[in-house]
Every structure is written in C-alpha cells, then in structure tokens.
Design a protein around this ligand. Structure first.
Ligand SMILES: CC(C)(COP(=O)(O)OP(=O)(O)OC[C@H]1O[C@@H](n2cnc3c(N)ncnc32)[C@H](O)[C@@H]1OP(=O)(O)O)[C@@H](O)C(=O)NCCC(=O)NCCS
Length: 328
C-alpha cells in the first residue's frame, strides 16, 4: 500500500461548564423561546476561569494525537486558527508548542479568518505536508466568552467556547483529502468584525470606556444571507473539482452558525435534513472550532462509515469561506 497525504487523526474539546438559554435570560433581555426559534441553540459551553485559549487547544491536541497514535514529538509543524488568541503577540501556536511538549518546530497562527479558519488552515497543512513538512498539527480554538460583551444580547447568546483539530500527514490508512476550495470578499469586512484594538482603532481608555474592545459588529441578516450563499457555492465548487455529485456525499458538516442557516443551506442544495450534520443545539457557534467539533461528534455518533464522502463547509468574518472534501 502506498502512502498518501491525508488526515491521520481528529479530536475536539469543549469545556465542562454549560450555559443554558435560561442562564442568559437572567443576564440580558432574552428568552429561551427567542434564542431557540431564531438560532436553534439551547446551550453552549464556557471555559473555566483559569482556562485559556492555549490550554483548550492543548486539550484538543492531546485527543488528536491519541486518535492518530502519535506523540507530540512526532509533529513537524503546528498551524492554529483563532480569533480569540492567548495574547495579542506572540501567537497562540507558540504557547501550544511549548505546553504540548513539541520539538522546536515552526508553529504559527492563522488569525482573524473567522469561522472559516480551520478549513483554511487544513488546506495550508495539506499542501505543506505534500511539500515534505510531514506531519502538521492543525488546531482551531475559540474562547469567545472571555472577550465578548456579556450585555449585548444581539451577539452574546450565539457563541460558545471549544477547540478541535486534526493532524495531516502521509500514511497508508488516512482520511483522504480529495479537494479544497476557499474564497474571500474583503468588501464585507465591516459587516462582521471586532474593530477595536488594531491600528485602525487602537486600544485606549476611551475605547475601553465605550466597550468597543468587546463589541462584535454584526449585521445579522446580511451575514445570514451570505453564509447560505457562500457555503452552497463552495459545495458546488468542490463537487465540480472532484468530479462528484451531491448524491455521492454521505454527510455535509457545515460551520455551526445558526440552525436556520444550516436548514437554508440544506434546502438550497436539495439535501434531506439528515444529510446535514448539526450539534449547534448543545454547543452554539464555536467559531473556527465548530467544524472539527461537529466532525468529531458526527463520527462518534456513527454518522460516518468507512468509504463515506464527507463535505465540510465554513463561512465567517472577512468574509471568508472554505470547503474540504474528505473520504473516510
Ligand atoms: C442574529 C440573528 C439570529 C437574528 O435573527 P433575525 O431573525 O435576523 O432577527 P432580527 O435581526 O430581525 O431581530 C429581531 C429583533 O430581535 C431582537 N433581538 C436580538 N437579539 C435578541 C435576543 N438575544 N433576545 C431577544 N431579542 C433579541 C432585535 O433587537 C430585534 O428587535 P427589534 O425588532 O425590536 O429591533 C440572525 O440574523 C442570524 O443568525 N444571523 C447570522 C449570525 C451569525 O451566524 N453570525 C456568525 C457568523 S459566523
């Protein structure tokens, strides 16, 4: 059997603390009914007070390595996607390299690419592995509960904390990576963003007093429309690239943004609901971590069999969107 580059292992981690819709209704003017009907979310997980982004990423990394049957010292590179880093600088990947006990390998973040970050990083890892970088650990982590505005009901109820990942490299018995596609429309950068803290709106006492450092700017309806359009578009691009049709796909695992977005993507593609995986009810929108978390849950629930084609799609701030076609 010859070796090909593919996914050698998968893993995900969600913190223990459960935050329900009823918990939110005690803090902001919202209700279980509003959140459930508008988003499909019932609960989400929040990190413990002493837990950081790097800690969560390392917890996920251990599960990825266990699944792959590898040690931290077997890893040749780390790429980490996040919008909620350990620090402004250095990047979260540096902390993870040390905490995980990896060798002195290249480790870097793919930062700010929103919920599409994991799939974009996975495709970078695939090409790096093919070029001889061997085993690349790809991680996605979001600890948004610590950085968001807990008084902003428009956004706070949507998100949860989680981490997930995959190791990409050569092997005989890999999850095949049949194709990848991605795109960016920077003209929509202001539709979904966290604008303070960079060079455009530097952090200052005034910014802090106005709470701008925690203000997620989100035009919900436009994000909704574009998420449906772009995740459907990237699905068609991937199928065309791989010479496959939708009937060949056993399961679509999309970014878990909102249950209504997932239903609209399924409808637009003409897929029965059971072919679009969702765990948003229990975890909310976990940003870049949502695709690896959902993929691990789909596999654990027996929704993926050997030989299945599984299509991953994501969409997020930027706007960025990405997709990947896997063969289990
Ligand atoms: C955010 C979202 C759930 C809002 O749903 P919607 O049907 O578009 O709701 P609307 O924007 O019409 O808002 C309806 C009302 O609910 C209110 N509202 C917003 N959040 C609320 C909450 N948590 N509880 C109760 N009411 C809320 C709004 O203030 C608005 O009130 P108004 O009509 O008096 O102004 C929806 O637009 C969405 O999911 N967008 C995509 C968000 C997303 O996925 N972001 C991440 C992308 S990766």
């Amino acid at each position: 059997m010859t070796e090909t580059v593919g996914i050698l292992g998968l893993g995900a981690y969600a913190p223990e603390r459960v935050m329900t819709n009823a918990d939110w209704a005690e803090l902001v003017d919202t209700s279980d009914e509003w959140i459930t009907t508008r988003t499909g979310i019932k609960e989400r997980r929040f990190a413990a007070a002493d837990e950081t982004s790097a800690d969560m990423a390392v917890s996920a990394a251990h599960r990825v390595l266990d699944d792959a049957g590898l040690d931290a010292t077997d890893i040749d590179e780390i790429i980490l996607a996040t919008d909620t880093p350990e620090m402004y600088a250095p990047d979260t990947a540096a902390f993870v390299q040390y905490q995980l006990g990896a060798r002195e390998i290249p480790a870097f973040d793919l930062a700010g690419s929103g919920c599409a970050g994991f799939l974009m990083a996975l495709d970078v890892a695939r090409t790096r592995a093919q070029l001889g970088r061997k085993r690349v650990l790809v991680l996605a982590v979001e600890l948004i509960s610590r950085l968001m505005n807990w008084n902003d009901r428009d956004t706070c109820v949507l998100f949860g904390d989680a981490a997930g990942g995959a190791v990409v490299g050569p092997g005989e018995d890999v999850i095949g990576m049949l194709g990848a596609a991605a795109g960016t429309d920077g003209s929509k950068a202001g539709i979904l963003c966290l604008e303070a803290g960079g060079t455009r709106v530097p952090f200052s006492a005034e910014v802090a007093a106005a709470g701008l450092h925690q203000k997620v700017v989100m035009h919900g309806r436009e994000v909704f429309r574009e998420a449906v359009r772009r995740m459907s578009q990237v699905t068609h691009e991937l199928l065309e690239q791989a010479g496959k049709s939708l009937s060949d796909i056993a399961l679509v695992v999309p970014h878990q943004a909102n249950m209504r977005i997932l239903e609209a993507v399924g409808k637009r593609l003409g897929l029965a609901p059971e072919r679009v995986f969702s765990n948003i009810r229990e975890y909310g929108n976990t940003g870049s971590a949502s695709v690896p978390l959902a993929l691990c849950h789909a596999r654990a629930q027996g929704r993926i069999a050997a030989g299945d084609l599984v299509l991953l799609t994501s969409f997020g701030a930027g706007f960025h969107w990405a997709g990947l076609l896997l063969e289990f």
